[in-house]
Design a protein around this ligand. Sequence first.
Ligand code: PLP
Ligand code: LYS
Length: 432
Amino acid sequence: MICDNITAADGRLYFAGQDVTALAQQYCTPLYLMDEDKIRENCRTYLAAFQKHFGDKARPLYASKAASFKRIYEIMKEEGMGIDVVSSGEIYTALQAGYDLGQAYFHSNNKTDEDIRYSMEHGIGYFVADNVEEIRAIEAEAARRGIRQKVLLRLTPGIDPHTYEAIATGKVDSKFGSAIETGQAEEITAFTLAQPHVELMGFHCHVGSQVFAEDVFERAAVIMLEFVADMKKKLGYMAPQLDLGGGYGVRYVESDPHLDVDVKVAQVADAIKRTCARLSIEMPEIHMEPGRSIVGAAGMTLYTVGTVKRIPGYKNYVSVDGGMTDNPRYALYQANYTCLLANKMDEKADFTCSVVGRCCESGDIIQQGVQLPGSVGRGDILAVCTTGAYNYSMASNYNRLPRPPIVMLRGGREHYVAVERESFADLCRNDR
Ligand SMILES: Cc1ncc(COP(=O)(O)O)c(C=O)c1O
Ligand SMILES: N[C@@H](CCCC[NH3+])C(=O)O
């Protein structure tokens, strides 16, 4: 199986040690399951790797855009993880969970004045400013409040991470950040250092997501540290923090490699230490922002199969009771997923089909070229693996479909609702 929390016994699929067909019956479908133990294990793996390879001068921040709901911030708080947020909505949710915003880094390429005001009012720890206009707006709000606000600057190191084009973000031609190559990174650094109510805490980059390519983070670290050294020499400014963003990939299909976080962090730490020695600079405090690799494999989505359509000479279609509304990733990126028929795990999977959703949209596809048992039919439970990241958080109500609930699994036996299923009344809540 693609992850060690997925098993099969007596023809049934188990996730986090629990029979998912029974869970589908109890909670109905579509249904998001999340393995709380796996989320905590992943946090601990990052925390231990950072401690081991960087010592106290480092911290992983959970990129909460991957999965943002109250319970996840409670878990991050309990695990001692920092967080990255990208909107006032994520900040509000973190606050509802009692998360200390002083540990939060506020990203986004376009923070509104209202975002800046709201987050400062609630004591945001750090802004990761994207551009000069944001620095001006942060300076103005900080001056109004009579405080000195900590910020980092998002830079683009000019690296191609070899992932889906739509989720590559570290190239010079990007809506995010200021490019080192064009000199804009230096300009914004000088500008920020001249602001009386802004304290520059360092630099940030994020090269992309679902990254497996060798040494991408090491190369980013070297470019960023060379910039740090350059700013020390030119402006007399030594950055206290360096944040290398998120991006480690997870296994969606058998052909995806398995990334060992401890090994990856060790390699990045090694590159950082060697580069700092070569440049004769002190190692800044290092941060990374894993999102997908914390929650991706901790998720599974369950659907009930409806129509099975066989078109002789063409394709076979298996329709399920959710679709691009709860998982838009195939529609957006042609992303890969593993689909399993949860209640027929002992049957040979030799029926090739496209698993499609129920929306009025031909592109409403979960996955193509899926192999399921030939007996697949109405009422079967279809599981899509590795849906913990960027599924619930990117869900929509297209066609007025209510968002599924999130049921958390823990300890091999317990399950509880972390997010309720939306009702039809919820859909009309704001209608006048
Ligand atoms: C700035 C930033 N940090 C962290 C992440 C998290 O990335 P991932 O979920 O791939 O670890 C993202 C998303 O790609 C991001 O844009
Ligand atoms: N939403 C993307 C990840 C990138 C988002 C953050 N920059 C995905 O589903 O793969």
